[in-house]
Design a protein around this ligand. Structure first.
Ligand code: CUA
Length: 188
C-alpha cells in the first residue's frame, strides 16, 4: 500500500495540481486587469481631442458651412463630417485621388460608425470626441459610407457616398467656390 498509492491519493494530488493551476491563471488575469486599468488611468491615450456636441452647429470647426472637403495650402485636403441620427453631413463627399486626405469627424448625438467601402477606413464617431485619420485614395471611383454602429431605429438608412475624382476635376470644383469658403461636396 505504501508502494502503490491508492487511486484516491492519486486523484487528490492531480486535483490539487489543477486547482493551483486554475488559481494561478485567475491571479494572472486579475493582475493584468488591475495593471492595465491603473496604467491607462494614469496615461490616457495621447491626442484625444474633445468637443462639445451641443454647440457643433453654433460655432467652431464643425459649423455647417465648414463641412465638406477643404483644399489646404500644402496641397492636402481636409474633410470635415458630422454624423447625426440618421444621416451624415455632407451626405455625399468628393475627394481627389492621389492626394493626402485628413478626415475629421464627430457626432452630434450618439455613437455612429464611419466606414468607407473598399478602403481600410473604419472608425467610430463618438459625441464629444473628434475622430481623425489620414488616407490617400489611389484611384478614382465611388464608395459607400454606411454607418456601422447601431444608433437607433433609423440606423439601416444611415449612409453616405464618397466620390473620388481626379485631382484636376476636384481643383476645378474648388475654384468655382468663393476663395474664403472652399468646401467641396457633391451637393454644392
Ligand atoms: Cu448612425 Cu448607425
Amino acid at each position: 500500500m505504501a508502494i502503490n498509492p491508492s487511486s484516491h491519493e492519486v486523484a487528490e494530488r492531480v486535483e490539487r495540481r489543477w486547482a493551483i493551476l486554475v488559481v494561478a491563471i485567475v491571479t494572472v488575469l486579475v493582475a493584468m486587469t488591475v495593471y492595465t486599468g491603473l496604467h491607462w488611468a494614469m496615461m490616457p491615450p495621447s491626442r484625444v481631442e474633445t468637443i462639445r456636441p451641443e454647440t457643433l452647429h453654433v460655432s467652431g470647426e464643425f459649423i455647417e458651412s465648414n463641412l465638406g472637403s477643404a483644399p489646404e495650402a500644402d496641397g492636402s485636403v481636409t474633410v470635415r463630417i458630422v454624423a447625426q441620427q440618421y444621416s451624415f453631413t455632407p451626405q455625399c463627399l468628393v475627394v481627389p485621388a492621389g492626394v493626402p486626405i485628413t478626415f475629421r469627424a464627430t457626432s452630434s448625438d450618439v455613437v455612429h460608425g464611419f466606414l468607407i467601402t473598399n478602403t481600410n477606413i473604419n472608425s467610430m464617431l463618438e459625441p464629444g470626441y473628434v475622430s481623425t485619420f489620414k488616407t490617400t485614395f489611389a484611384q478614382t471611383g465611388e464608395h459607400l459610407m454606411p454607418c456601422h454602429e447601431y444608433c437607433g431605429t433609423g440606423h439601416q438608412n444611415m449612409w453616405a457616398h464618397v466620390k473620388v475624382v481626379d485631382r484636376a476635376e476636384f481643383m476645378q470644383m474648388a475654384d468655382k467656390l468663393a476663395a474664403n469658403s472652399r468646401r467641396v461636396s457633391c451637393v454644392q
